[in-house]
Design a protein around this ligand. Structure first.
Ligand code: PRX
Length: 640
């Protein structure tokens, strides 16, 4: 296939302008970066706004582009480097070996009856089989839906209900900071709770935790793999707009949305980003510290680097064990050229002896990319100085699949600016709009970050099973205009650099993990003692934000003494742990006798949040009972 070389644009601004003015020409060129079994007849079908269909009629496959097509040139080169500092294991799979393992997993899935278009839910720790399972789904045209291993049974059950998978792939246990976390009991509880019970469960047994098997439903992967060692499973060629995967993400409501992605557009978008933004070359090593349960893990642990012919490191462990030099030790050992992490991981390292950053040879590393949450200036400056490498912030969402704002050093060496993720990437017609009027705001004025559709390739096609929700959620918040809202506030300086100022909705970001406060509120409310509650995200020096709960009890006597309040707080936290997972646990739960509400009964979460952050709570003319805010203040003062 063609090299995909676009005529060199002289600047990022020109490159961007062309991507909007001549969408079809621009993306047809980018499409040459991947293999097509059958060429597309139409670059973009935008006959049904805001639904965009890219590369219509083209047939391709994500697994082919990530694995098979590299066999000729690099069969014996590393492809997947799995490292677990939890189990002290390391295993390098070449492209040839990765291919074999993916085919075996695909054969096992087919033996369990999985067919094209059916859903496979993957609930796994960071083990190689998780990547095999994703790629195997892609190979046979099954739709994968990975659920983050940190989520517990209720979160998992609601995703099973929505995806209606024919198969769940899981493992006995994960491990975090030396503690084994059994997965199977959570999975069994989730299946028990769910309405759409999967017919089959495929279990990878790592030997970390014993587990019970349900006869007829649960199958052992080692056994199935052994039966299909040499079977051939050819790639299913899929029309570009068939569904590759869904990935659930939180929003304003308590029900997570299945972000649905296509095949061809996603492959092209990732290939283009690897070239223009991440500047990764075949044969080099990419290291993202994310998790396959999040979008960064999909795009930049599994698919992006492999599509680019790079080796990718899949790391199970924390940045601190066995010592705070572990990430850099891996960079040295595997000659990592491109690294991707989150600001929280860097803030964790900042608390350690800085000499950990200079004990390893980092000469291979070109750039450290950071994303997922705001990158504060001191953290950016600290890590940039310590490593002596460029730090590149990038802003995007589960919905978009690849960066919206960053700098694209493959196009132009645009300088980065501290505190700013950068400029709009090619393909995104970005605007900052006034919240009420929908008009564009000027330089240095705050607005909602919005994208004029069609969304570029790689972005979500729709909400799984709910086109109406897709349109209603994302395209109706700006009055009178069909624009996609990111639900982030932003501001632009006179040189065109954007700054992200936080969410416009009830989504919070804890250590780079996106959580919906409504889901946490629903979990707290399920406790029999709770009458009503509000959860807000509060600024935190390490995690960016933490969740804080305010609870009104049915019987205030239950928290009458300090001991009783403390015990109940612990019980409520345990409820969230059990239902949603420790990742969603509020850092504090305070008891109040009423919540600040408007006269029409809307909880004033923004005001509560402002008080928690010692800011002005804003316009309170609509508040029903001002003493409610006093209670919040008092609870914070007394509880600390
Ligand atoms: O609020 C923005 C924040 O994280 C949200 C998206 O989270 P998620 O769907 O998990 O996707 C993460 C993909 C990297 C955004 O709406 N966010 C993400 N990156 C940044 C950010 N906020 C500030 N700066 C960033 N670089």
């Amino acid at each position: 296939m063609g090299s995909g070389d676009a005529p060199m644009a002289s600047s990022l601004k020109e490159f961007h302008a062309r991507s909007i003015a001549d969408r079809e020409g621009f993306w047809a060129e980018q499409a040459r970066l991947i293999d097509w079994e059958h060429p597309f007849g139409q670059v973009l079908d935008y006959s049904r706004p805001p639904f965009a269909r890219w590369f219509v009629g083209g047939r391709t496959n994500l697994c082919h582009n990530a694995v098979d097509r590299h066999l000729a040139a690099r069969r014996d080169a590393p492809a997947l480097i799995h490292v677990s500092s939890e189990t002290g294991t390391e295993r390098v799979y070449t492209f040839g070996e990765l291919h074999r393992e993916v085919v075996r997993m695909a054969a096992a899935m087919r033996a369990l009856g999985v067919r094209r278009g059916e859903r496979v839910l993957i609930y796994m720790p960071m083990i190689p089989e998780a990547a095999f399972a994703m790629l195997a789904c892609a190979r046979i045209g099954a739709i994968h839906s990975v659920v983050f291993g940190g989520f517990a049974s209720h979160s998992l059950a609601s995703r099973i209900d929505d995806a209606a998978p024919v198969l769940v792939v899981s493992a006995d246990a994960g491990s975090r900071a030396g503690k084994v976390i059994p997965y199977k009991p959570l999975l069994d509880a989730a299946i028990e709770l769910s309405r759409n019970k999967p017919a089959k469960v495929l279990m990878v047994d790592r030997g970390l935790a014993t587990f019970e098997r349900t006869a007829g439903r649960d199958h052992d992967y080692a056994e199935l793999r052994a039966r299909h060692l040499d079977e051939e499973v050819p790639v299913e060629w899929l029309e570009s707009n068939e569904v590759s995967y869904t990935l659930y993400t939180s929003g304003t409501t308590g029900t997570p949305k299945g972000v649905q992605r296509d095949v061809g557009g996603y492959a092209v978008a990732l290939a283009a980003s690897m070239k223009h933004i991440f500047c990764g070359n075949p044969g080099e090593t990419y290291f993202s510290t994310s998790d396959i349960g999040w979008v960064v893990g999909h795009s930049y642990i599994v698919y992006g680097p492999l599509i680019a012919g790079m080796a990718t490191i899949m790391y199970e462990g924390t940045p601190l064990r066995p010592d705070p030099g572990i990430l850099w030790q891996l960079v040295e050992k595997h000659r990592v050229t491109v690294m991707f992490s989150a600001p929280t991981a860097i803030r964790v390292l900042k608390k350690q002896d800085p000499s950990w950053l200079t004990r390893h040879d980092l000469s291979s590393l070109r750039t450290l990319f950071l994303a997922g949450e705001p990158l504060d200036e001191p953290t950016a400056r600290w890590i940039g100085d310590a490593l002596g490498k460029p730090i590149v912030d990038n802003y995007w969402q589960t919905e978009t699949g690849w960066p919206i704002l960053t700098v694209a050093h493959g196009i132009e060496k645009t300088p980065t600016r501290l505190g700013s993720p950068g400029m709009p990437m090619y393909g995104y017609d970005l605007r900052l709009l006034h919240e009420k009027t929908g008009d564009e705001v000027g330089v240095d004025e705050k607005g909602v970050v919005a994208i004029v559709p069609p969304l570029p390739p790689g972005c979500m096609q729709t909400v799984w099973g709910d086109d109406e929700r897709f349109v209603k959620t994302y395209f109706t918040s700006v009055p009178g205009k069909l624009v996609y809202s990111t639900f982030d506030w932003g501001i632009r300086d006179r040189d065109g650099y954007y700054f992200i100022l936080g969410r416009t909705d009830d989504v919070i970001n804890v250590a780079g993990h996106r959580l919906g406060t409504r889901e946490i509120e629903e979990s707290l409310s399920s406790h029999s003692a709770v009458a009503e509650c509000a959860v807000v995200g509060v600024a935190d020096a390490l995690k960016g934000q933490v969740a804080i709960g305010f609870v009104v009890l049915k019987d205030p006597a239950l928290a009458a003494t300090a001991e009783a309040a403390q015990a109940l707080e612990g019980e409520l936290m345990a409820t969230v742990d059990r239902q949603l997972g420790a990742v969603a646990r509020p850092s504090r739960v305070h008891f109040v006798s009423l919540l600040p509400k408007t006269r029409s009964g809307k909880v004033l979460r923004r005001s509560i949040q402002a008080i928690c952050e010692a800011r002005d709570p804003g316009d309170l003319t609509t508040i029903e009972d001002p003493s409610a805010l006093e209670q919040v203040r008092h609870a914070l003062g007394g509880g600390r």
